[in-house]
Design a protein around this ligand. Sequence first.
Ligand code: SF4
Length: 232
Amino acid sequence: MNLRFGGIVHGDEERWPGHASSVLYLAGCPFRCPWCNTPSLVQTEGFAEQSVEYFLNELSKSEAVVLTGGEPLMQGNAVLGLLQRLDAPVRIETNGYYSETLNDCLPLAKEVQLDLKARLDARTYAEATAFRGDPELLLSNVLRSLTFLEKNGSRVRKVFSFTVVPGVNDSPETARELAKYVSLYCDEFVLRSFDPSDCLDASFKERPAPASDKMTELLKEVQGRVRKAVVL
Ligand code: SF4
């Protein structure tokens, strides 16, 4: 089994706080979020592929491993094959689209970060992520991922990340709804400020990042609903 990847960065101290991690950037994503800050990893073509054995060797001295992308769970069987043989603790960063794969990976991960994108309404979610398939399928997959995290993720630390993008998802109602939805099983809710410096959709580079007052306002909507809420 091979994995399509953009690169590996060793010794990262920021991506998974408290862990000096090797970060594996896997290529390909079913979403096209216009604000995506890893635009080069969204497509599936033009990437190197290597076997699971290659990555096991590359990661054999790693203290911790972060799987990110792109959407790492797009390469389900190969990712699962890697996780089953990795010794180091693993954090998975996912958009929640591949719910069954996420469920299969839960017993093998120490931390999962699921990126929430918009209100949990099929059309709104599909529009925000510029998803080209069936919006109902998209939402039902994300909701199934949330259910799997709640029901089967008791041994996993569950982080929900939400990038606040002006004009897309920056209403207080959206932050409140998302925090409420995951409140019972969320270990940490991370509000991220949209970064216009490098976006998939070039027109988003013209948008200003949210003001700090806006982030504080949204943080207040989330605080009290989840165990821990932070702005990054
Ligand atoms: S930000 Fe959106 S398009 Fe970019 S990798 Fe994440 S889910 Fe995919």
